[in-house]
Design a protein around this ligand. Structure first.
Ligand SMILES: O=C(O)CCC(=O)C(=O)O
Ligand SMILES: [Fe+2]
Length: 457
């Protein structure tokens, strides 16, 4: 299900989108850290604006900050728009500014700097960005380097280190009892995703458990649920806080169509375990049957660092033979270190695909060895619980009346205010024992502005 690993881009081909300044080799985080050490009492926003005003030069920025306050970069001339802000709401791409280039090589100080970005008002890129050419992979190692045009946000050093450690230990233990991968149907053959996973419920009351018995995997296999571990419960509120803050930053003022007016709340999590460099998950969008439109999903990575790759969906993507998708632009690789949170924003499951890329070698983690654990926190809607979603007329023996899957219509030009289109579709084409076609049952799905289903018969 996965594509072969792409070779790293040679150093000589490193892309530089901005003219060199006296210290362009440093990342934004490093520059801010340097500037902060020189001006410890100055706010990060002021430091950042000083950097922007001085073309990314730390020394010039530092000089400007030492000058009398009237010349400080945050003293805006009257009647002029505020300079570059860290917050770049979609769909407006960040303006081109000659500050820094992104890099295809790993910054040596990435781990040490990472906590700095947590203090910034938004970890969205301020860097001018050109998408990778077809067949190319652009690598990102730090939150600030990820362009705002990609509907994901990365936060590093996310949990207090001791909580990240206890969470990792608990889930490494839990994952020893994850069921083996089950096959599913893809392009006329049965395939298995080469990794294991377990399904967890935050509040395993009787009612949730009875729904849980009916939650199906994309292979239509009932997902056996387990309760959140103690550390999962402790981490959950921090994840919710981060996700809600990220949504507000990305969509200031008004949430996009399809999102509930309530804060995002997670009640279920799929935990993935990747043991060794070859274990991976191929290109896919997440199943939105129980999540509804414009789902927000947050993934917490623990243990070994792996590459989370994303690419824009193409028209007819679902029908393309794996690995032979007609790409118009290349892929993005976001490196997910231990204790990092990646938030997939609304529109990600509708317009982009993601995968965890197989590799040849991983850096051993002191506790996890070669293993990566990933918790994908999701928000299952009560209104889309099993039992209420439409069934197809499939006559697959013993599987008559299968619950259908909710799928999004590919939209190349999304507008956050315009409703997306979704449909209910027979799922049995994906079942390992099906004939690869299913009954083809199709029904348009209808949702309110808050993403609640409208059932029309
Ligand atoms: O392991 C990851 O980071 C991604 C997992 C994933 O895509 C999924 O569970 O659907
Ligand atoms: Fe996924």
């Amino acid at each position: 299900m996965s594509t072969p690993p792409s070779p790293p881009i040679p150093t000589s081909k490193k892309r530089r989108l901005s003219p060199p300044s006296d210290d362009t080799e440093e990342t934004t985080d490093t520059k801010l850290a340097l500037l902060l050490s020189l001006h410890p009492k100055t706010s990060l926003e002021t430091l950042l604006e000083a950097l922007l005003s001085n073309n990314g030069s730390v020394s010039a920025a530092s000089n400007s900050l030492s000058e009398p306050s009237t010349k400080k970069p945050n003293a805006q001339p009257k009647n002029q728009p505020r300079k570059q802000s860290l917050i770049s709401p979609l769909p407006t791409p960040p303006p081109r500014i000659p500050l820094l280039s992104f890099s295809t090589s790993r910054p040596s100080t990435a781990r040490q700097q990472s906590s700095l970005t947590r203090f910034l008002s938004s970890p969205t890129s301020i860097i001018s960005h050109r998408p990778p050419a077809k067949g190319q992979t652009q690598h990102f190692f730090t939150p600030l380097s990820i362009p705002a045009t990609i509907p994901v946000e990365l936060q590093t050093s996310f949990l207090p280190p001791s909580l990240a450690s206890s969470l990792l230990s608990e889930l490494l233990q839990e994952s020893t009892t994850f069921p083996p991968p089950t096959p599913f149907r893809l392009f006329d053959r049965n395939v298995v995703s080469p990794h294991t996973c377990g399904f967890f419920l935050r509040d395993p009351t009787n009612e949730a458990r009875s729904h849980a018995k009916a939650y199906l995997s994309y292979q239509a296999i009932p997902l056996a649920s387990r309760p959140y571990t103690p550390s999962m419960l402790r981490a959950t509120e921090m994840v919710e806080e981060a996700v809600n803050a990220a949504i507000s930053r990305r969509f200031p003022g008004k949430k996009p169509w399809g999102l509930t007016k309530e804060p995002w709340r997670t009640n279920a999590a799929l935990v993935n375990r990747y043991h060794g460099p070859k274990e991976a998950v191929g290109w896919h969008t997440d199943e939105v049957t129980y999540l509804g439109p414009m789902a927000v999903i947050a993934g917490l990575s623990l243990g070994v660092e792996r590459e989370f790759r994303v690419r824009r969906m193409m028209p007819g993507d679902g029908k393309s033979v794996e690995g032979k998708v007609e790409e118009k632009e290349g892929q993005y690789s976001i490196h997910l270190p231990h204790n990092s949170l990646i938030i997939m924003h609304p529109g990600m499951q509708e317009g982009w695909k993601h995968c965890v890329h197989p590799t040849t070698k991983v850096d051993m983690h002191p506790t996890a060895g070669e293993t990566r654990i990933n918790i994908t926190y999701r928000c299952y809607r009560e209104s889309l619980r099993p039992g209420v979603t439409p069934k197809c007329g499939c006559l697959v023996e013993g599987k008559c009346k299968l619950p259908m899957s909710l799928r999004a219509v590919f939209d190349p030009e999304p507008d956050p205010d315009v409703p997306r289109r979704y449909f209910w579709n027979c799922n049995s084409a994906y079942l390992a024992d099906g004939d690869g076609t299913g009954c083809g049952y199709f029904k348009w799905a209808q949702f309110t502005e808050d993403g609640e289903p409208i059932w029309v018969t």
